[in-house]
Ligand binder design. Structure first.
Ligand code: AMP
Ligand code: ZN
Length: 460
């Protein structure tokens, strides 16, 4: 079946065919200076769905996601301080420590959302030599030049700039409140490689002295290293279109004359209560914040499927709580089919399967795919074959529909022993001892709840 994907480059839904047998994808990953919020994770849920849809269509993948641990300045253009360096200074820690901590938390949250990990996850700071080579190639080809601040890309050398976004260069400049850098040949020229001031925390020796990379060169160098000069799909959030991805294209053209990816796919923003998420409004939430309000990370994933990835999605706690209930219903629906004894015509199954496949192949139309999923769940006859069909759909959804609701937690042996001792105490009606053991368990970081179905354990 034909797979159609929307390409920001051509502004059209196009039939997708890979350049070679394995589909090569590059996704811009997180800048690890702080906790990733649920808006960021909307973009990674989209990335996950793309992976899963490609796999459902039988493709093998080579997917690269970077971790930006240096060089992302406060504005996406060349203004402000390095985000990681700033966090390091504020928290009085080593920048590598900051990056490692937030990378670990990010990868843990990816797991909680059951986001399929890309085949390669690579850090910018591990690719400094590749970046220096990339910048040198651009300079040698006549597309880059040196100023007192760093190495800049000369956009006037390109046949066309911008190509991805609608922005008009002159309008952008007229509207910008950025101080004019008189050393730049064109106001829109951007930094490839930045000369580090003396007190700068992260810097590397290079042909132009002690420097640090511009954010855009990281992705160009890493995508080129792992995927080559031309690959299939490049993903990111819509905020990457006008600057970061535009400049990645410019850099690749300056180095080898090619636009690096054939398809450029972008996820629209998650809004909160109809507006922007921002620290000053205090409305930035993490996966942990949702968990504290009883919202399962996978329910948030299901919430993301209520809107097409190219549309804005408005987050409300009511909406997320309702997705929590939906996730429970979905799992119950799967179980009912699994235990069902009815016979369902194979034509009915094929029909559902075809409709689901059409929906996901229509530029990952998840709201439409979910309506087919619910039709299967609510199908009046209950059959194991429909349960198997739901499991097949779950290869795309990644909602773990065959597992109990709630996160599975690893319970250490020590706690398991205490739970057993408490059970015996309760059986002997020694409630004083059982309460005491519960308090010890709590002190060790686990909460025990006695429910009808047996005891439930949560992390404190
Ligand atoms: P950053 O760590 O800032 O580089 O962002 C990581 C990813 O999250 C990028 O792909 C951004 O485009 C994306 N992103 C940032 N804010 C939002 C949001 N509110 N909704 C969806 N995606 C977002
Ligand atoms: Zn990037």
């Amino acid at each position: 079946m034909e797979l159609k994907l929307y390409n920001t480059l051509t502004r059209e839904k196009e039939v997708f065919t890979p350049i070679s047998e394995t589909v090569r994808i590059y996704s811009c990953g997180p800048t690890v200076y702080s906790f990733a919020h649920i808006g960021n994770f909307r973009s990674y849920v989209f990335m996950d769905t793309l992976r899963r849809v490609l796999k459902y269509n039988g493709y093998k993948l080579k997917h690269v996601m970077n971790i930006t641990d240096v060089g992302h300045l406060e504005s996406d253009a060349d203004e402000g301080e390095d985000k990681i360096a700033k966090a390091a200074r504020k928290e009085n820690k080593d920048p590598y420590e900051i990056a490692k901590y937030y990378t670990d938390v990010f990868l843990r949250d990816m797991k909680r959302l059951n986001i399929d990990e890309p085949e390669i996850i690579c850090k910018a700071t591990d690719h400094i030599q590749e970046m220096i080579k990339f910048v040198s190639d651009i300079v040698n080809n006549g597309y880059g030049y040196e100023t007192s601040k760093g190495i800049y890309f000369d956009i006037s050398k390109l046949d066309k700039y911008p190509v991805l976004s609608d922005r008009k260069v002159d309008e952008q400049i007229a509207g910008a409140r950025v101080e004019v850098d008189t050393e730049k040949r064109n106001p829109e020229d951007f930094a490839l490689w930045i000369k580090a001031p003396e007190k700068h925390l992260m810097k590397w020796d290079s042909p132009w002295g002690l420097c640090y990379p511009g954010w855009h060169i990281e992705c160009s160098a890493m995508s080129n290293k792992y995927l080559g000069e031309e690959f299939d799909i490049h993903t990111g959030g819509i905020d990457h279109i006008p600057t970061h991805h535009e400049n990645e294209i410019a850099q690749n053209k300056g180095r080898c004359g090619k636009i690096p990816a054939r398809f450029w796919m972008h996820c629209n923003f998650l809004q909160i209560d109809g507006g922007k998420m921002s620290k000053s409004l205090g409305n930035i939430y993490t996966i942990d914040d949702l968990k504290q309000k009883g919202i399962d990370p996978l329910a948030y994933k299901l919430f993301c499927f209520t809107s097409h990835y190219r549309n804005k999605l408005n987050f409300t706690f009511e909406g997320a709580i309702s997705s929590n209930t939906s996730l429970i219903r979905l799992k119950e629906g799967y179980k009912k089919h699994l235990e069902g004894k009815d016979i369902v015509d194979s034509k009915v199954i094929d029909d559902f399967e075809e409709k689901f496949h059409i929906a996901i192949n229509d530029d990952l139309n998840m709201p439409s795919a979910m309506s087919i999923v619910w039709d299967v769940v609510r199908f009046p006859k209950k059959s194991k074959n429909l349960a198997n069909l739901l499991l097949k759909f779950d290869e795309v959804l990644g909602l773990k529909i065959d597992e109990e609701f709630g996160e599975k937690i690893e319970i250490p042996e020590e706690i398991q022993k205490l739970i057993e001792e408490r059970k015996i105490a309760r059986e002997n009606k020694n409630f004083e001892l059982s309460d005491k053991i519960r308090d010890i368990i709590r002190e060790k970081g686990y909460i025990i709840k006695d429910a009808k179905e047996g005891i439930q354990i949560e992390k404190a």
